[in-house]
Design a binder for this molecule. Sequence first.
Ligand code: EPU
Length: 333
Amino acid sequence: MIITQNKCLLEYNTFRLNVFSSEFAEYETVDELREVLRSSHSKKWYLLSGGSNTLFSSDYDGLILHPISKNISVEREDSAFAWVRADAGVNWDNFVDFTINNNFYGSENLSIIPGLVGASPVQNIGAYGVEAKDIIDSVEVYVLDTDEVVTMSAEECHFGYRDSIFKHELSGQVIVLNVLYRLSKSFKPILKYGNLSSELGEEGSFSAKELRDKIIEIRNSKLPDYTKIGNGGSFFKNPIVSVEIAEKLKETYPDITTYADGKGVKIPAGWLIDKAGWKGYRDGDAGVYEHQALVLVNHGEAKPKDIIMLANSIIGDVKEKFGILISPEINIL
Ligand code: EPU
């Protein structure tokens, strides 16, 4: 374990921005993490997981911490469930693959979400009607103030839509070490989203692996591969508006797909951005993905400010055209 000075983060952020941090350290165990924090000269730190949900607005004057622990183990089982523990540094999709290969179910719809296990409770990652919170049993964290390792129940994590206590009260206070997931031993596919059910057919006629393959096919057709074109997945959250506002919008645009969400209605930000005319837009190397307007892309040499300026222009234009404020899902640093 060593701290590297003036580290290039190009390979560590999926936007492929050529930014530097003054210090950078990988760690495997909690003791290594403690040692890094003790020896660092920086006044601030940031936990960079898969770098798929972080946009650096400039070089980072501080310590970047990067977990590389990769254990996955079945901790216990009963007749209905299996509890699988995965380290923060495990590639998310390796975890999904491991569970399906072992006939443990619940993660299929979350296939090929980029990033690492450690980010799954922080961001409460989600796709196709499933969120990480649906399978998280508990989260083991390192508490900086007390130097302790603590287990937090799923309830204590205060999960919300792409949200958790780790982005609020506990931001900068704890570091996720590993996550315990509870997977089902019987396969109950969740097909409520989009045209999954019409594409796959009746429940019982396909396997979890086939569902996973379908999700991979859909994602690959809509979302850019960051190894070819830099991006951070959905750049914006889908805004939740009042029923009245949603109804007005539906009157003007009958083609819009909306989703009930608690007392409000979730409007697809991708639809708003697309309708406002931004899909496929490009200014220099910053742009809006041609197949999914929710995704901002770096065509090669974009600078952080180019992406941020583009995001701000989109936010302003959507507000002007629809009266709806959209906000980033991406963590801007
Ligand atoms: N739409 C458009 N134009 C576009 C994009 C979308 O009209 O350019 C419309 C679609 O036709 C559809 C609706 O908007 O009616 C929703 O689009 P889609 O089903 O593609 O999903 P999304 O709301 O854009 C969300 C998540 C994705 C996740 C998908 C599938 C958020 C912010 N994004 O996208 O998550 O994969 O649903 O569940 O909730 C991510 O978080 O990085 C991510 C990719």
